[in-house]
Design a protein around this ligand. Sequence first.
Ligand code: C5P
Length: 408
Amino acid sequence: MSMDAIKMLQGKKILLGVSGSIAAYKAATLIRLLVKEGAEVKVVMTTAAAGFITPLTLATLSKNEVPLNISDHNSWNNHVMLGRWADVMLIAPASANTLAKMALGLCDNLLLAVYLSATCPVLFAPAMDEDMWHHPATRSNVDKLISFGHQQIPVESGELASGLFGEGRMAEPEQILTFLQQHFQQKNGRKALNGTTAIVTAGPTIEHIDPVRYISNHSSGKMGIAIAEALADAGANVQLVLGPTSQKTTHPGITVTHVQTAQEMFDAVTTRYPAAGIVVAAAAVADYRPANVADKKIKKGEAQLHIDLEKTPDILRSLGDNKGPQQLLVGFSLETNNEKEYALKKLRDKNLDLIVMNSLADTGAGFNYDTNKVTLFDKNGNERSFPLKSKQAVAQDIVSAIIELQHA
Ligand code: C5P
């Protein structure tokens, strides 16, 4: 975490709303982290939340009384004042029930009364079982809350209270902390990557055999696009060099250049490189291409057809060879065996600052999935493993690591 990010929460007034979900136990860690960062924390919780974690625990950690009911501690009179006191209201965990009531403007407990009268920005971290998370009612409630201008902290995938695995876990307290820091950084107009140009490569490349055939791979471009969006959210001016994919982005901070072949990607990246502070190479670039491209469709003939292949330019290696002192390079490593060894070798050989390792051996990770499970290795020898998460949440982790390296 950067020094700037650390200072962001000093003296900030955080109103934490805790609703009834097993993830309520994480509220204790979250409060502890916030207090350590110098924030003032006041907690309101629902009676359902008090079934998961005691008000006494949260009151002790936050150093403030925790009202539960509208009749507690003059709460009825105070609910408006609490909403006005806060710089931000964070609802974590936000259960399906609380989200639904917030979307409707219901006001049948203290947390909701405080929410409805809060004039400050609102962030919410949903937590529920996967089926509840995917239910159209929850989807439209979340959309509605976002349309109110509230910010949703992405859910994570993993083991759920039901014992099933899937999407719907509340983000980890450290992740929520990063979101709050970014929220205040943005509010100050001091986004961490303001004024930085970042190049992101994403998607596959296609290498033509003849006018109708090509060699390619299964990359969807989802991970790279998520990184481009996270970098742009952090204030970077992003140049996305995108291979052929149906995935799109409409983020205003991103300029997209469409390319097809490794050579076209190489050319597009190389011309933009001198102006870039950060390059993230998330594209699955073909390693070989046909040495000769037939100008007419190759006709069916002999029992066997041999196509000579030649190496494509290694874009990232060339960037590493020409890296300036202020430039930061991030690569990806996708292997099926000896993953760590190969990842570290690439980090060294290509002169990278950070490498993102993902393994095809992990279920839910890699091509075309909406989730990914990564380990980050940086040039200083740090290794960090993350659980299976949405590609958006993984992108956040990667961007946080980039910001951290920039400040190191
Ligand atoms: O060496 P390998 O292809 O496994 O390295 C993967 C990393 O290098 C990825 O970040 C990928 O985007 C980048 N790469 C590249 N140009 C190539 C091959 C890989 O930029 N021709």
